[in-house]
Structure formats: C-alpha cells, structure tokens
Ligand binder design. Structure first.
Ligand code: MN
Length: 305
C-alpha cells in the first residue's frame, strides 16, 4: 500500500542512540531521545521524552502550565505514577499506569499537565509525539483516553498495544498514518520473537530493567534504531523489565519542529506562534490556576532547521 508522503523503509540496522537531559520546568528533567542529530524521526514518531524514574519531594510534582500544540498527537504513557491532563476542549483526565492519553492537536489545542493532588511520589513513563501527515495536520483537535488496551502474552512477554496493531490486536486509538506503539514487559526472564511489519521502520526504548535485542543489551534511557524491512525481531527481557517498540511508515521529508509546534512548512509554525502570542486560535485551558507558558523568541537570523 502506498501512503502519500511516506517512503520505503530503510534496510535493517542497529544504531544505539543516547538521550539528553531536558528541563520541562518545575524541576522535571526528562531524557529526550528524539529528535537528535543522528536521527530525526522513526516513522511518524518525531519526539520521545522518557520521564523518570523520579521521586518527588513532598509537595512537589509535575506542573507544566498551558501551552499550545499543532500538527501532532501527544501520546502519554505511564508505568508508575499519575498525571492530570486538562485542555482547551474542556477535557480533564487523570491517567494511571497502563492507560493512554492521546491528544490530537491538529489545527491547534492548548493543554496543561500536572501531578494530581492525591498522587504517589514516584513517576516513570514517557511522552511521545506523532507527526501528523500533511493531509491531516490541520484536522480538528481531539482528546481520547483509553483506560484499557488490547494485550497478549507470548513466551512470558506481555505485549500491550498502545497505538496501531500487533498481530490480531488493534488499539482503538485514532491514527493518521500507519504506525505502532507497543509496551513489552515481563516480571521474569523471558524472550520471544516479535512480528514486525517490514514496511515500517522501528526502534525500541527501555523504561526499566534491560532488554536484549538481536544480542545487544539495551539499558533504560537508550533508543535502538532498527531500520526497516524486518518481519521479525528476537527480544529478551531481564526480570522486571519494560520497554516500548515504536514503528511506522517513514516520512519522505522530516517534519519541522519548533517549541511545541510540528508542521510540514515553516510558515505554518510561524503563524501558530503569532496566534499564540496574540491570544488567537488557542483557547484557554479551563481549570488551570496560573499563567500560560510564554513562547521563546523566533530564531533571529535564519530559518528553522
Ligand atoms: Mn504538551
């Protein structure tokens, strides 16, 4: 099947990538695995932040004030802890481990993310961005929450389908291009052969413990880019391990990312910035007590990378 704006997946490879610390404010440091110089995207996945493991001091937690997005979907996935999402559509959603918060920004949305008052003090999870294809980058904004997702256990490895499809299991989450996100976990030592779509390129990251992929041991905070053209992948998990496999049809051109905006054209980002600064397009986030985030300055000399 040919999907407009996508290309044939690269040959199989194994590139181990390390993240870099990024401060989301309020003392929340995340490990940013994408984008980076050596790799901009994996299929439509254009931004990967690993959160934690972190233990918050009493009274402290996540508090990311309202900020805008366009052209992407945010995928929030927790292994430990809780978050409270509020957005300009009026959504107000608590998320717990094993659940999916999926926000489709499309033409524009604003949201905040906070630790709920009655939370535990530990957090481990991830926030990933899916770039929307050009044909749907200006779609209506939407928010979906899934308390349960399809899962199976093969050879002792638990496979939970967050987005897309694995084997006969299909996530109910709305996708705009062919993609996969699945959590792999095990309490004991276990190994299996994953079935992959050879039209996709894939990558695997580790949240906890360690994963062996084709003989290479992956530690938390690393991303292993696997290339494409694979219909199977041997993986092994150490006891109490958890990872996420991501995949999708590669985009012909990497999207442009600046601040919280994703688009296929720079002008689309510039006009979203102007609208945010002028108080247009993006509505207020009901129920958030506090100021919204200020956008950084547009690059003075030159264009977005
Ligand atoms: Mn956000």
């Amino acid at each position: 099947m040919t999907i407009p704006g996508t290309v044939r997946a690269a040959e199989p490879q194994m590139n181990l990538l390390h993240g870099r610390a990024s401060d989301l404010g309020g003392g929340l440091i995340v490990n940013r695995l994408l984008p980076q110089r050596a790799r901009r995207m994996v299929g439509p996945w254009c931004f990967l932040d690993l959160i934690g493991p972190v233990r918050f001091d009493a009274g402290k937690g996540v508090d990311v004030a309202p900020h805008p997005h366009i052209g992407l979907q945010t995928v929030t996935w927790l292994r430990e802890g809780e978050l409270l999402h509020k957005d300009s559509l009026g959504s107000w959603q608590r998320i717990e481990p094993g659940q999916l918060n999926l926000m489709t920004a499309g033409a524009g949305i604003a949201h905040s993310e906070e630790s709920p008052p009655d939370r535990g003090d530990c957090m481990l999870g991830a926030q990933f961005w899916v770039a929307l294809p050009a044909s749907s980058e200006c779609c209506e904004p939407a928010f979906e929450h899934y308390a349960e997702l399809p899962e199976t256990e093969v050879d002792g490895v638990r496979i939970k389908v967050i987005m897309g499809a694995y084997d006969h299991l299909v996530s109910p989450a709305r996708c705009h291009s062919p993609l996969l996100a699945a959590e792999l976990s095990s309490t004991t030592e276990a190994g299996t052969r994953l079935k992959l779509d050879p039209d996709f390129e894939h990558a695997i990251t580790v949240l906890r413990g360690s994963l062996q992929v084709a003989g290479e041991t992956l530690a938390p905070g690393t991303l292993c880019y696997l290339g494409g053209q694979r219909d199977a992948l041997d993986i092994a998990l150490a006891p109490d391990s958890c990872g996420i496999v991501l995949g999708g049809m590669p985009f012909a051109e990497p999207v442009k990312i600046w601040w919280n905006f994703v688009a296929h054209r720079e002008q689309t980002i510039r006009s979203a910035l102007d609208d945010w600064n002028a108080g247009r397009r993006f509505l207020a986030v009901p129920g958030y007590a506090g100021e919204s985030l200020k956008a950084p300055e547009w690059p003075q000399n030159g264009r977005l990378k």
